[in-house]
Design a protein around this ligand. Structure first.
Ligand code: ACO
Length: 324
């Protein structure tokens, strides 16, 4: 089995509240809270990039695991906000933490990046390729937000979370994973320019095409469907029922999506970890930040079953069941 032996997270100090946003766009604290559940989010300063927070989260995960960076054999980073197109953010993290032996890979699976990373790392450890893999979800979404677009700028925030996976004992660790996607719906949540389709130009900048574009309502409906299906499917794969789940750690995009996911598997909200009121949607970072907080707050005990469920741009979705 493959176990999680350490977690860590990091978020910028600067807090931007809904009341701050009221002064920037035509919105209100009441609208944001009732439609999303978000109260505030963290915002990286101009000198902080994704790899900085990712490296900080990684150092904390290593400390938690009681490991040195040289023990890492692979680093996987899920992100839609890499420091730059290349080198990958995983390469930058490797250098920052001194993980000289580690292979390095970024995953572009939107908000599901961390779950995709866990699944991939588990597979590589299972086949005996590696024994220790660092999986990170890290984002500086506030740098790709259009601060004049109230439809998107109120939703997202910055942060990073990390987990170290290691060959473990029988009967404990990742019990099952499930991944899915639907590329036909990609345009509903995208950053159109800056790639080979629309390279950066004066025109792309003028047309504000380097910012997140989202059809919120369509994304909402797909997220509810896919997260519900992901939760059900992975529990089936693990041979478990909703009764076995001690804690659901869902992607933190919208409280109403989280409630719908819990309802789909008939789980009371007391068993659901929610921190989006404090962070907003941090995309690939949301689940690992929540996982780290839940562990550090003593909400996960030995023998507990945790269910992680994600949905994101692509569209992508996925889920993981862990026995601690
Ligand atoms: N403040 C005030 N009014 C607003 C704001 C705002 N910040 N944003 C939109 N509105 C207005 C709209 O303009 C619209 O006005 P209109 O009716 O006059 O046109 C009205 O509010 C209602 O808009 P809806 O889109 O119908 O509101 P909805 O209830 O769907 O909530 C929201 C919008 C919060 C974006 C919701 O659709 C949602 O959460 N979608 C999913 C978003 C998401 O989770 N994305 C990320 C998932 S994947 C990933 O994490 C990368």
């Amino acid at each position: 089995m493959v176990e999680i032996v350490g977690t860590g997270s990091s978020a910028p100090e600067k807090v931007l509240t809904n009341f701050d946003l009221e002064k920037m766009v035509d919105t209100s604290d009441e609208w944001i809270r009732t439609r999303t559940g978000i109260r505030e989010r963290r915002v990286a300063d101009k000198d902080t990039a994704t790899s900085d927070m990712a490296a900080q989260a990684a150092r904390r995960a290593l400390e938690d695991a009681g490991m040195g960076a040289e023990e890492l054999e692979m680093i996987i980073v899920g992100t839609v906000t890499p420091d730059m197109n290349f080198p990958s953010t995983a390469c930058l993290v490797q250098d920052k933490i001194g993980a000289k032996r580690a292979a390095v890979l970024d995953i572009g699976a939107g908000c599901s990046g961390f779950i995709y990373g866990l699944s991939l790392a588990r597979g590589l450890i299972d086949i005996g390729e590696y024994s220790t893999v660092l999986v990170i979800g890290a984002e500086t979404l506030t740098k790709i937000l259009d601060w004049e677009d109230r439809n998107t700028c109120v939703l997202f925030g910055d942060g990073a979370g990390a987990a170290i996976l290691h060959t473990g004992d029988k009967g404990r660790g990742i019990l099952a994973t499930y991944l899915g996607g639907d590329g036909s719906l990609g345009a509903l949540l995208a950053l159109p320019a800056g790639g080979s389709r629309l390279p950066a130009s004066h025109q792309t900048v003028e047309e504000r095409l380097h910012y997140i574009k989202m059809a919120g309502n369509e994304v909402f409906k797909s997220a509810v469907r896919a997260m519900g299906k992901s939760a059900v499917t992975v529990l089936e794969k693990a041979g478990l029922s909703n009764q076995d789940v001690d804690l659901l750690i869902p992607h933190q995009a919208n409280l109403r999506i989280i409630q719908a996911t819990a309802k789909r598997i008939d789980l009371p909200m007391e068993k659901v970890y929610v921190n989006l009121d404090r962070y907003g949607n941090t995309s690939a970072a949301s689940i690992p930040i929540a996982l780290d907080e839940a562990r550090r707050n003593g909400l996960i005990k030995k023998g507990d079953i945790s269910l992680l469920v994600a949905f994101g741009a692509g569209f992508t979705w996925g889920s993981v069941v862990i026995k601690w």
